[in-house]
Design a protein around this ligand. Structure first.
Ligand SMILES: [Zn+2]
Length: 84
């Protein structure tokens, strides 16, 4: 994932979280609900993103996406057994 400075500014201005469609705070990449599911060090890079380097924000978003994938994958495996 590559983000330009403009894309980061656009993401910061969006009123809704790109993950879950909840309302999110201006300047953050994800809503507080999504951020609360992430480890603290990941959350820091997803707030006040217009003041941060675009490549750092892109990296933080990718890390968050990976974290969510792994998390939800393990929840699925744990709760859903082998059903598909
Ligand atoms: Zn969210």
């Amino acid at each position: 994932m590559h983000l330009t400075k403009d894309q980061v500014a656009g993401l910061a201005k969006k009123p809704r979280c790109p993950r879950c469609d909840f309302d999110k705070t201006m300047g953050s990449a994800l809503c507080s609900s999504c951020r609360s599911q992430l480890p603290a060090h990941m959350r820091l890079d997803l707030v006040k993103i217009p003041s941060k380097d675009a490549s750092l924000v892109a990296r933080a978003l990718r890390a968050a996406a990976n974290y969510f994938n792994v998390h939800f994958q393990s929840v699925r495996n744990f709760g859903g057994g082998k059903k598909r």
